[in-house]
Design a protein around this ligand. Structure first.
Ligand SMILES: Nc1ncnc2c1ncn2[C@@H]1O[C@H](COP(=O)(O)OP(=O)(O)OP(=O)(O)O)[C@@H](O)[C@H]1O
Length: 574
């Protein structure tokens, strides 16, 4: 794990979080425990009844009534035990899924508030895999793990209790042998995962060799590489065979250890039973009951050993999920001083270990004013916008911005869902009238009329496709509905003079009305309409002032403006 990776919770932290999440389900969990103990205890009736019958037969006091009573007890205990166990498993599985659903909700909620730079540093894949693969791994483990773990836990407790009730030396003997299973498990967990990983890696390498040979078929033929490819596939296949052999060996060695545990368990009960019968403290029936109890227990214990892999990987996934949930909340932006919406002091920023992309930036944006940032490509405009928006924390210096800050980036995303859902993302309670008004403000009322189902039209993946400009208008309408104090626009550079550019300029202008605005101006006409213009070059602010002041000053901006007016080099600023 690198320093940048999202954290992985420890087992204790995970247990704490799961306990916290179980708050609404504790009655159900208590019912699981009660039902589990009762149904496992009912299961004990069988061994006890058989022991009772054997003793009566030995004493020669058994008659047909005894046999029928014992048979009835066996049937009733089997049926009730089965019903009770099934009900316990159903209840436990429901509780498990309810708690998992709660965890998933918290994970998504937390993931959506993680600072973008945190997610980017960790790799978006990490977060996606935690909220999809890990959730699936934990959910898929339920049908395998829950019944086995529940049954084994109750069986161990109740069987040990039953043995102790019978004669305490039986329980002590079994308790002494049970650690053999623990040792077998420890050995398996230390050896198994690495061997299985190596087997899977060998399989991937073989698949890779085969796919490459097929994909590069023409090259293989053209260069006469057939023999070489054949050899590569053969080597990879042999490696799979070797790894598979190792994996199966580990498995059978594990089985041997389990068999040893089983033999020892039965042997100690046999020996203890013999000694107790000899001493006259136990009967043959009692020893038989003890033996049957141990035999009953061995099934679930063995099953537990075989689901331990699934259990482990589910726990690892759980730790990864809880790691996101318990990640520290991002710093809330400091409230800005009255009158000044944005305050940057000596801000520096670099991507990773790269060079400074922002260097000594000090900037105030008075509340309600619009500032345009212009400059050549790579000057750091987008980075400055992201630092002001709080997406990237500054490497040095301080940034203050209003709490309600929204940034519209160059790629406005349209989410899969209806237009209404796309708009209400930022205003869940907005009425249809408000949504229409927001679309109207951003000049998209016409779009609404053209959509086949109006606000209910499906957009995004598989739905009605919006043009890039329409997607921007929807994003702007979303911004209007979010009603932020500071709006930051880093919009796509539409070609100057194009219908889209005019449309978007008007839409942005309307969306900015009454707010503080920071506009990354790709067209100098946008800059000219702002209250203040900031020119950036090589990560530094080199000129600042009103448009008129900068033009009058005759510096770089004035040159750019002259070029813009002459229509000579429009792209200089984008
Ligand atoms: N994610 C990143 N990782 C590393 N370097 C980056 C990253 N994003 C931008 N840069 C670098 O930072 C510098 C500033 O980039 P930035 O995108 O902020 O400039 P810009 O003025 O907005 O350019 P443009 O107008 O082309 O969008 C450039 O040298 C760029 O290569």
């Amino acid at each position: 794990m690198t320093d940048d990776a999202l954290p992985i919770a420890g087992d204790r932290e995970t247990a704490r979080e799961v306990w916290r999440l179980s708050r609404g389900h504790r009655v159900r969990l208590a019912a699981v425990v009660v039902l589990g103990v009762v149904s496992t205890a009912i299961d004990l009736i069988g061994p006890v009844a058989i022991g009772f019958l054997i003793d009566r037969v030995q004493e020669r006091t058994a008659d047909l009534g005894t046999v029928l009573t014992v048979t009835a007890a066996l049937v009733v205990s089997a049926v009730l035990g089965a019903i009770g166990t099934a009900a316990t498993i159903v209840l436990a599985t429901r509780a498990y899924h309810a708690i998992l659903a709660g965890l998933r909700e918290r994970l998504v909620a937390r993931a959506l508030t993680l600072p973008q730079h945190r997610v980017e540093r960790a790799g978006t894949g990490d977060l996606i895999s935690r909220s999809s693969d890990d959730v699936t791994a934990v959910a898929d483990a339920a049908p395998v793990v829950v019944p086995v773990v529940t049954a084994t836990a109750f069986s161990i407790v109740v069987s040990l209790g039953g043995l102790a009730a019978l004669e305490w030396p039986y329980a002590v003997a079994l308790a002494v042998v049970l650690p053999v299973y623990g040792l077998a498990l420890r050995w398996y967990l230390r050896t198994g995962p690495a061997v299985y990983r190596a087997e899977r890696a060998a399989m991937s390498a073989r698949a890779q060799q085969i796919v490459e040979s097929q994909r590069g078929y023409a090259t293989v033929l053209g260069f006469g590489l057939g023999e070489q490819r054949h050899h590569a596939v053969m080597t990879a296949s042999w490696s799979v065979a070797v790894q598979a052999l190792r994996a199966r060996t580990v498995q059978s060695m594990f089985n041997t250890r389990l068999n040893l545990g089983e033999c020892l368990s039965l042997a100690v009960i046999l020996v203890v039973g013999f000694v107790l019968i000899e001493a006259g403290t136990s009967t043959v029936g009692g020893a038989t009951t003890a033996m049957l109890l141990v035999l009953r227990l061995l099934g679930p214990v063995n099953q537990l050993m075989f689901v331990v892999d699934t259990l482990q990987s589910a726990l690892a996934s759980l730790n990864r999920m809880v790691g996101v949930v318990t990640t520290a909340a991002p710093d809330t932006p400091a409230a800005s001083r009255t009158g000044t919406a944005v305050e940057l002091r000596k801000v520096e920023f670099r991507y990773g270990d790269g060079p400074l992309v922002l260097d000594d930036i000090t900037l105030d944006i008075p509340a309600g004013q619009r500032v345009a940032v212009v400059g050549p490509s790579g000057a750091g405009k987008t980075t400055l916008a992201a630092v002001i928006a709080g997406i990237h924390p500054p490497a040095a210096g301080t940034v203050k911005r209003p709490e309600r800050t929204v940034m519209i980036t160059q790629e406005a995303h349209v989410f899969a869902g209806t237009l209404r859902e796309n708009l209400t993302l930022t205003a869940p309670d907005a009425t249809d009238d408000l949504l229409r008004a927001a679309l109207e403000v951003t000049g998209a009322a016409g779009l609404l009329d053209r959509l086949p189902d109006g606000l209910d039209t499906d957009l995004g993946g598989g739905g009605h496709e919006l043009t890039a400009a329409q997607a921007q208008q929807v994003a702007l309408a979303r911004l209007v509905l979010a009603d932020p104090e500071l709006a930051i626009f880093d919009e796509a550079a539409a070609e100057a003079g194009s219908t889209d550019a005019t449309l978007l300029d008007r839409a942005a202008d309307a969306a900015l009305a009454g707010r503080t605005g920071l506009v990354i101006a790709h067209r100098l006409s946008q800059a000219a309409a702002c209250d203040l213009v900031v020119l950036m070059e090589h990560g530094r602010i080199t000129e600042r002032g009103t448009h008129a002041e900068l033009v009058a000053a005759g510096g770089v901006y004035a040159g750019l403006w002259a070029a813009w007016e002459a229509g000579r080099d429009v792209r200089m600023v984008g």
